[in-house]
Design a protein. Structure first.
Length: 246
């Protein structure tokens, strides 16, 4: 009267502690439940699952679990193309956009530094985050497994790395985004796309050395901050190494 579940890659680390030692995990089939419900009862958020095989054949999250079935649960593998439909996520994203939870705030700034649209507000609780992705679907980045189990979230990632620069590399690697970075293009504070502005128009706001060494400036239409290549580029080089830059 049981079904069995084999968790691949690093997925065992995300299971509730009492299930981590077992491979495969055997569990009694007691009621009609979908594979998604069962996976989440083991502690695994649906956002971390890239493919589900039932007796070797791909199935979706709504698949009803029955006795004797053998499931292979595979992680999301790079490069994860969120802009194409898949069996588990038939409605793809129109663009790569992120929403970062309060527990990965530095990562949010680093993603903006790399030019990626990233909503972040440390005051937002889980309900605010879920409401925001309901209005505009985004990839939710978090270290909170409970948040990532929320059914309104289609795309998400439990960030494995602990250090912010490593977290950025984790996200860029997972989604294959190294070639889509646009440093200097987005405001670090408010996420607005920057607009070019003539040096003469901002001259009175520049420090003497900035005035002397830089000629190209951008302004944030959201919060009026001024940016120039030096203000972003040095930080990007620190984070990713010079060769990562175009
Ligand atoms: Zn701004």
């Amino acid at each position: 009267m049981t079904a069995s579940y084999r968790f691949h890659g690093d997925l065992p680390n995300l299971l509730r502690r009492r299930w981590r030692e077992f491979s495969p995990v055997m569990q009694e089939v007691t009621r009609s439940a979908s594979i998604k419900d069962v996976l989440e009862s083991f502690g695994l958020p649906h956002t971390e699952v890239g493919e589900i095989l039932c007796n070797g054949l791909p199935v979706d999250f709504s698949w009803p679990v029955a006795e004797g079935q053998v499931f292979d649960i595979l992680p999301v593998l790079p490069p994860w193309d969120v802009r194409s439909p898949s069996l588990l996520r038939p409605a793809p994203l129109s663009a790569v956009r992120f929403l970062a939870d309060a527990n990965v705030g530095r990562l949010a700034r680093y993603l903006r530094l790399a030019g990626f649209d990233t909503l972040y507000d440390w005051r937002w609780d889980d309900d605010r985050i879920v409401a925001a992705v309901g209005r505009e679907n985004r990839i939710v980045l978090s270290r909170d497994l409970g948040l990532l189990k929320r059914k309104q979230i289609d795309f998400g990632r439990c960030i494995r790395a602990t250090e912010p620069a490593a977290q950025l590399r984790e996200v860029l690697g997972l989604l294959g985004l190294a070639g889509e970075m646009h440093p200097f293009s987005r405001c670090l504070e408010c996420n607005s796309p920057l607009q070019p502005v003539a040096k003469e128009a901002v001259l009175h706001r520049l420090e003497p050395l900035t005035k002397k060494y830089y000629d190209n400036f951008s302004r944030c239409p959201g919060c009026d901050r001024i940016y120039w290549p030096g203000s972003h580029r040095e930080k990007m080089e620190l984070l990713l190494g010079k060769r990562a830059l175009p």
